[in-house]
Design a protein around this ligand. Sequence first.
Ligand SMILES: [Zn+2]
Length: 110
Amino acid sequence: MKHSIVRWLQCADCGGSLDCEAIAQEGGEAREGRLTCSRCQAVYPIVGSISRFVPGDSYAQNFSFEWNVHRTTQVDSLSGRRDSEVRFLEYGHNANWAPMIQIRSELWAG
Ligand SMILES: [Zn+2]
């Protein structure tokens, strides 16, 4: 997790700011560590460079459900439709879209 994105994160419990403590670093990023809330002292682990804001099992359950039910829902090549392509191109002309792509590529948090 890049240290520069910590300022964009907040505690899932109280909204307080978070402090990052890296236990292992790689390429200037926190590979393992934790985020600690400055207000309520809640602790969120950083595992594999990704901050974890919900218990570990919840990730697998949510992704399993979505994957099993919707794995082909928005794949144009499988649906025979162009919905995803058209939606992407329409939003691509919006001037606010480019910064969103940059933020989303840097902010991969759970
Ligand atoms: Zn908090």
